[in-house]
Design a binder for this molecule. Structure first.
Ligand code: COA
Length: 189
């Protein structure tokens, strides 16, 4: 599977359906315009055998996290100021109905998190925010370390510091499994 920027003349947007009409409509009608206007960027997962077929997509943008939105204990631990804060937003994430449950959503979310971390290293950003479409999806994001802003909120976040540690562990693991354990111990200390 390849994850690459949405390209108007390459990817077939109209046949894509994830079962959630607003997410389908965004890809069919608005995603490319949003890319062209630099409002947000959409990345698509495609299969190597036919790179025109969209297996899934996610949309990312920058966002503002309002003062006090991050729970006090987390803000205190990360020594964040009490002002509005910069962040990255995974605004949409959707998988083609027929390939759901095969790991495409997980791979795309990890790709989005790594992308947001890279960008935050360049321009700043303290957390990644996601909007779960409905309560049933919250659990999907929680598996990756996201937590709700408030107990019943459909809006979740993960600190960029945590994402960076996850990426360090993954990179160290690829190079040297023992180093990965050392990074993991350091991260959990
Ligand atoms: C939610 C969605 C993106 C998940 O993508 P996917 O490719 O089906 O998910 P994966 O195959 O990577 O699943 C990874 C794990 O998360 C679990 N999972 C999948 N959807 C879940 C959900 N809605 N709630 C909780 N867990 C979920 C899977 O059971 C799987 O667990 P396992 O590894 O123990 O088997 C996909 O189902 C989808 O497009 N849904 C419709 C659109 C939507 O709701 N998008 C999210 C809001 S923007």
């Amino acid at each position: 599977m390849i994850i690459e920027p949405l390209q108007k003349d390459k990817h077939q947007r109209v046949p894509f359906t994830c079962g959630k009409e607003p997410l389908d409509r965004f890809l069919h009608e608005h995603a490319y315009q949003a890319v062209a206007k630099n409002l947000s960027k959409t990345y698509v997962a495609v299969d190597e055998t036919d790179e025109t077929v969209i297996l899934g997509y996610y949309t990312v943008a920058t966002c503002r996290i309002e003062a006090g939105e991050i729970p006090e204990d987390v803000a205190h631990r990360l020594r964040l100021p009490g002002s509005d804060l910069p962040g990255s937003l995974v605004a949409r994430l959707a998988v083609l109905e027929r390939v759901k449950g095969q790991g495409v959503g997980s791979l795309m979310l990890m790709d989005a998190m790594a992308r947001c971390a890279r960008v935050s290293n360049e321009i700043g950003g303290v957390a990644i925010v996601v909007d779960a479409l409905e309560p049933a999806v919250v659990g999907f994001y929680e598996r990756f370390g996201f937590t709700r802003f408030e107990p019943d909120s459909l809006k979740l976040f993960i600190s960029m510091a945590t994402v960076q540690k996850m990426l360090d562990i993954e990179t160290a693991g690829r190079k040297n499994p023992q180093a990965a354990v050392a990074v993991e111990l350091e991260a959990s200390a």
